[in-house]
Design a protein around this ligand. Structure first.
Ligand SMILES: Cc1cc2nc3c(=O)[nH]c(=O)nc-3n(C[C@H](O)[C@H](O)[C@H](O)COP(=O)(O)OP(=O)(O)OC[C@H]3O[C@@H](n4cnc5c(N)ncnc54)[C@H](O)[C@@H]3O)c2cc1C
Length: 412
């Protein structure tokens, strides 16, 4: 049985590019398809977790991420009365542990450079619209009615709005949240905002937040990602209102943001992102696999999406190293990823309405619950390990290589 395969990867976000790189390095013949004609470094700031940084280290690109991004020591959130709700300090898990704030465009640039260097066949302006599986174990991909070729396997990493996922013979569920976020990237030349992701909650109706993200991928200036949660039904009204009304609402809740918020001059400087929660019973269907947001999108409250996606890619490449038979390798992938993904999705689904929901006011219960969580070592440690992306369940131990990484993270 051959050990090197012809593999199609659909979608060149963080998960798809990491998958392409891991597979190419393992000797597979990889084609990476991207629907966008001219993919560019756009996007919000994201928080990378130690689990994601572990995978990036295996790719040999972690140093570049650390040189570009901003070290984050804690996640701090308080309610509108100034009472702390969340105070999760990475170093409480292990000395020297941290998260990394980084622009999504910087992630894109670093990974794209590696994809280009590696000579991976990267086809842009090439949406994969359909596929057909054949009895000989191959899969044919199509752009419209045009064949894009036959492959031994297809890895879907086409994000939360995947159009192909529902053709997998796998039970799946998509829940679109009624809430999303307005976000903007603004320069912070004086580096006044460093070291922490900070949020202020107005009951469960609004979150004003900021995340330092290091160098902007285009200007190189130190930057901060600002976000404001909003119900999607209110978006139209927000667009029709004067910008200063929204700016005052944010600074009323989070006054320290004034110098940053005032740099935003136009509604067009702000983008809206919606969230979905996608669950699949398993992520493989014979020689088809689904990774990243395509397979397990969730609300960004926990800051796990990119980290899970690049970690998925590492596990998938390992499974293909250990099992030459693709369906066996992909079945093993689902087995190995199950606990980790299920746990993160469970926490995300539980926690998200406590921060973003309408109707009854959950805020006093949320504040009481998180207050209790911070009081006990067991629950606090569980929260920190979950935030760091290493936890796989209440009592299930983290994978040893992740714990080793957390204990020996590079100084930054
Ligand atoms: C406001 C906001 C804040 C967030 N904060 C964080 C955070 O702090 N930390 C974190 O880790 N995550 C965060 N996330 C989530 C994170 O951005 C995603 O989880 C992550 O980017 C998903 O990566 P991906 O590679 O799976 O998919 P994507 O990045 O969505 O990439 C999918 C790619 O597939 C391409 N594509 C789609 N369809 C096709 C097709 N048919 N053919 C070919 N190509 C196709 C798309 O053009 C795209 O390039 C946040 C998300 C939002 C919206």
């Amino acid at each position: 049985m051959k050990s090197h395969h012809k593999i199609a990867i659909v979608g060149s976000g963080a998960a798809g590019m990491a998958a392409a790189l891991f597979l190419e390095r393992a000797g597979h013949e990889v084609t990476l398809f991207e629907k966008v004609a001219d993919p560019r470094p756009v996007g919000a700031g994201v928080l990378l977790q130690p689990a994601g940084m572990f995978a990036l280290k295996q790719l040999g690109v972690l140093d570049e991420f650390l040189n570009t991004g901003e070290r984050i020591n804690r996640l701090y959130g308080e309610n509108e009365n100034g009472k702390p709700v969340l105070n999760l300090v990475y170093e409480d898990m292990h000395k020297g542990c941290y998260g990394l704030g980084i622009h999504r465009g910087a992630i894109f640039n670093i990974l794209l450079e590696q994809v280009i260097k590696s000579g991976i066949r990267y086809l842009t302006a090439c949406p994969v619209d359909d596929f057909k599986k054949y009895g000989d174990g191959s899969v044919e991909l199509f752009k419209g009615t045009e064949s894009l070729g036959n492959f031994d396997a297809m890895v879907l990493s086409d994000g939360k709005n995947s159009k192909l996922r529902n053709k997998y013979q796998v039970k799946q569920k998509v829940h679109n949240y009624k809430w999303g976020a307005l976000w903007a990237i603004v320069p912070d030349e004086a580096k006044d905002f460093r070291g922490e992701l900070r949020q202020v909650y107005k009951s469960t109706k609004n979150i004003a937040g900021m995340l330092p993200i290091g160098a902007h991928p285009e200007t190189g200036e130190p930057s901060v990602s600002l976000f404001w949660s909003i119900r999607d039904s209110r978006l139209r009204r927000w667009k029709n209102e004067e910008l200063h009304k929204w700016q005052s609402e944010i600074t009323g809740l989070f006054p320290e943001l004034r110098p940053l918020i005032n740099k935003i001059k136009d509604h067009n400087d702000i983008l809206f992102a919606s969230y979905s929660h996608i669950t699949m019973n398993k992520w493989h269907d014979d020689n088809l696999l689904c990774i990243g947001d395509a397979g397990h999108a969730m609300s960004p409250q926990l800051g796990q999406g990119v980290s899970l996606g690049v970690y998925d890619a590492w596990i998938m490449a390992n499974c293909l190293k250990e099992f030459c038979n693709i369906p066996e390798a992909f079945a093993e992938y689902s087995k190995r990823r199950k606990a980790h993904i299920r746990w993160m999705q469970f926490v995300s689904k539980t926690v998200s309405p406590m921060f973003q929901s309408s109707g009854s006011n959950w805020a006093p219960y949320r504040d009481a619950v998180f207050n209790a969580i911070h009081k006990f070592d067991f629950s606090y440690n569980l929260m920190i390990r979950t935030l760091s992306g290493v936890q796989r369940g209440v009592f299930r131990p983290a994978e040893p290589h992740l714990i080793d990484f957390v204990k020996t993270m590079p100084k930054n």
